[in-house]
Design a protein around this ligand. Sequence first.
Ligand code: SAM
Ligand code: SF4
Length: 329
Amino acid sequence: MTEPLIDTFGRVHNNLRISVTDRCNLRCTYCMPEEVVFLDRSQLLTFEEIARFVAVAAPLGIDKVRLTGGEPLLRRDLPRLVRMLCAIPGIRDVGLTTNGILLADQAATLHDAGLRRLNVSLDALDPQRFRQLTRRDGLERVVAGILAAKRAGFEPVKVNAVSIRGVTEHEVVPLALFARQHGLEMRFIEYMPIGADQWERDKVFLAHAILEMLEREVAPLVPVDNYDPRAPAMEFRYTDGGGKVGIIASVSRPFCLRCNRVRLTAEGKLRNCLFALDEVDVKPLLRGGAATEEIAAVIRKNVMAKWEGHEINTARFIKPLRTMHAIGG
Ligand code: SAM
Ligand code: SF4
């Protein structure tokens, strides 16, 4: 391996999140506006361009890749991309984050293609609440997708829920019980200012309140022993053997100083932070047949330019122009 991707704060970057489309079959209020103009398909990176990028990044230390979007399962023939990425030397882990709507049909094929890490987003088990949040129907399809993923052999299946005070607060316990019943790992994510809606700090249902609620109404929790300090989720396990829970305290306990991620948007923009205000267009390099060293130098420079952290908790915070669906969550 050549020099690893280290930034000016000493953070080593090994994790790449790739958005494969900005399109989505849901319209979650906290993620995107109701009316959206999506990218033209010709603007998206092809699978070959994505794989080239990953092949350049892998020798720089990128060994973990996660496919996201928009809704990644809307991208036709996604298992082919999974196979291409799994075959790249140095890539030891390919994951996917999906809303689960199309998962029941695709879970087994994705597993066969080599995908092992799977996160399904589900914020509410109450159908009306699901519709309110996603502006669409589909709760049953998501649940069917999660159960199909278990049957296909994904282990663990992680379920991500955004925690919004007064909106999804009452879903925390039902979701935790659902996860325990089906052997899933529930992960609650603090609501972040990255959607089209009006974010306010008071709307964040904070990590400590989630934990208190789970301990009070579900079962006692203790931190897991083999906790990975670089992972964004604080991990806990139920002392009664009921499985694990993750809490992603992006607002109340930012993990920026341990961040190991870079992101590639669906149309080939490299971002060194979810909240980055600048991005670098690598599509012309990939499409124009640039040399490996040239692309590697651009990745390295982007990582070096990474700031200390997102500053959500300060008056200096500036919300990026793109909303979450267009960045890749
Ligand atoms: N469509 C897929 C899905 O929903 O899983 C993948 C893309 S989505 C942008 C990735 C993750 O970002 C989801 O788990 C979603 O809940 C999360 N997300 C979106 N907007 C968010 C926000 N404002 N705060 C916290 N998490 C958010
Ligand atoms: Fe779509 Fe995922 Fe955003 Fe919901 S969170 S609108 S499912 S991209």
